[in-house]
Ligand binder design. Structure first.
Ligand code: ZN
Length: 156
């Protein structure tokens, strides 16, 4: 059976003092296996931070296309980091050419990996963040997002 909650501890993937709010549920894109994804509302060009120690397994930052239309879905720039316990974290809507890490690179929790942008399907500048496990042979379609524990920070 696939676990529902993340085992690892994850840190906020943006600087806390730049976070405007956390949006867990209102995005129309967070359905089905994306149900545990989190949108962190921040300004464009806010640093994106690795949420835990790990190894970078995917980087895409060549897109400069995005906006409030599902047609832009595939144009998101994103990074995937592999962590312990078979867990991965994914960071979406990154700014064009903003990644500072490469595939195979070790990163530490809190290390800057890119900047927030408006690529892909997005209504406003934010970081889409999800922790997931792979459940089949294709990691892009066979996965489940996990609930991140201890991630609730109080904002006003
Ligand atoms: Zn999202």
């Amino acid at each position: 059976m696939v676990r529902k909650n993340a085992i690892n501890k994850y840190k906020l993937p943006v600087p806390k003092d730049q976070l405007q709010r956390i949006d867990r549920t209102s995005s129309p894109a967070h359905l089905g296996k994306l149900r545990n994804a989190i949108d962190l509302i921040v300004d464009k060009d806010t640093p994106v931070l690795a949420a835990a120690d790990g190894i970078v397994t995917f980087v895409k930052d060549i897109s400069d296309i995005g906006g409030p239309n599902p047609a832009y879905w595939e144009y998101t720039n994103f990074i995937v980091i592999m962590h312990s316990n078979g867990e991965y974290s994914r960071y979406d809507h990154l700014s064009y050419n903003s990644s500072t890490v490469k595939v195979g690179q070790n990163v530490r929790a809190g290390e800057e990996i890119a900047k927030v942008g408006m690529t892909g399907y997005t209504y406003l500048p934010h970081l889409h963040f999800q922790v997931f496990v792979v459940t089949g042979f294709n990691m892009w379609t066979d996965f489940e997002t996990l609930k991140v524990q201890g991630f609730n920070i109080s904002l006003r």
